[in-house]
Structures are given as structure tokens and as C-alpha cells.
Design a protein around this ligand. Structure first.
Ligand code: SIN
Length: 189
């Protein structure tokens, strides 16, 4: 699959007939909401874990030197906390462009963290079949990769450190992210 997913997302999942759509964010979408939204609430999805296994050609790296950013990987019994946004369908023109580097919109159910109940919504996931996928590496290797990468949206380290701070604010203990953060802070010191 090509790493530019704009056309694929728009063709296979038209949203214009809907009044609003819930979107679950687990990476930069937690701390960088550069789009209008109707509501924003902390939420949790089941059966997925956050991993810095996706290459970034357009935000935190370049096609020649991709950075490393978050995607979700299926894992039975795992949970992933993040931030959900209720948006109008026109906002997906911006979101699809922002998440175009390998991310497909997947329909999923997420549970609220601040009250009982759940909602059906969408989440952007970059799977192993996209051309920008990098896959598993140790926390040290990922931190070294992040430390030397940067792209049009800024240093790759900023992405990781802002996400780690946002997860602490949410009360989410993500061992994968915090292990990379610890290694990265050593390199940057
Ligand atoms: C997300 O945050 O939900 C998707 C990945 C990213 O944009 O960092």
C-alpha cells in the first residue's frame, strides 16, 4: 500500500452524510488539536497498544531520513488511553492530510475515561503493510533514531516528549513510551 492514504480514506469511508464523528487520538492528536472540535474527552480503546513503529516522511522526518512516530499494534488484552474529539465531517479533509503518511481510518468503539459508557468512532492506524512502516526496535534504538530526526513539523524528540507529558497528564502509564523517553533524555542531556 502506498504511504499516501488521503484518497484511500476518502473513497472507502465517506463521512459527509453524518452530523458529527468521534475520533480517537493516541499520538500527536492528544496534544496537538490544530482543528475545530465540538467536544474533547479522555477515552480508552481495547486490544491495541501504542508503538513507535511508524516512519514519518512528512512531519518529523523526510522521505530520505524518516522520523519515528506512534501507531497502534493489535495486542489481546491491551488497552490504550488517549483523547477523543467530536468533529464535523468536513474536518476530515484536514485530518486526512495530516495523517496521510500511511494511516488508515479504522472504525472502533472506545470507552469514556471520565464516565460510564462508550461510543463508536474512528482512529487513524498505520499498519505493517504501508510503505513508511519501520517496525519493532529496542527503546534505545528508537531513542537514537528520534534524537537524530527532524522534519517540517519540528524535531522528532519534541513529538516524543510532548506525548510523554500528555500521557502523564492523562494518568496513562505507557511503558513503551516512557522507556524511550528515559533513553532520549539521556542522549539529549
Ligand atoms: C494519533 O495521534 O491518533 C495518530 C498518530 C499521530 O498523528 O501522531
Amino acid at each position: 500500500m502506498s504511504h499516501n492514504t488521503i484518497a484511500i480514506n476518502q473513497q472507502r469511508q465517506p463521512l459527509d452524510h453524518l452530523e458529527s464523528v468521534w475520533l480517537f487520538g493516541y499520538g500527536s492528536l492528544i496534544y496537538k488539536a490544530d482543528f475545530p472540535y465540538l467536544q474533547r474527552r479522555p477515552a480508552r480503546i481495547q486490544g491495541w497498544q501504542r508503538r513507535f513503529w511508524q516512519g514519518s516522511h512528512d512531519h518529523r522526518g523526510t522521505p530520505q531520513a524518516p522520523g519515528r512516530v506512534a501507531t497502534l499494534v493489535e495486542a489481546a488484552g491491551a488497552t490504550c488511553d488517549g483523547m477523543a474529539y467530536e468533529v464535523t465531517p468536513d474536518v476530515f479533509a484536514h485530518l486526512d492530510h495530516r495523517e496521510k503518511n500511511g494511516y488508515l481510518r479504522i472504525a472502533t468503539r472506545f470507552d469514556w475515561l471520565d464516565q460510564e459508557g462508550s461510543v463508536e468512532g474512528l482512529v487513524y492506524i498505520a499498519g505493517p503493510d504501508n510503505e513508511a512502516y519501520l517496525g519493532a526496535a529496542t527503546a534505545t534504538e528508537i531513542a537514537q533514531h528520534i534524537a537524530r530526526s527532524q522534519g517540517p513539523s519540528g524535531p522528532n524528540s519534541e513529538y516524543l516528549l510532548k506525548l510523554a507529558d500528555a500521557l502523564r497528564e492523562l494518568g496513562e502509564h505507557d511503558e513503551h513510551v516512557f522507556a524511550i523517553e528515559a533513553e532520549l533524555r539521556k542522549i539529549l542531556a
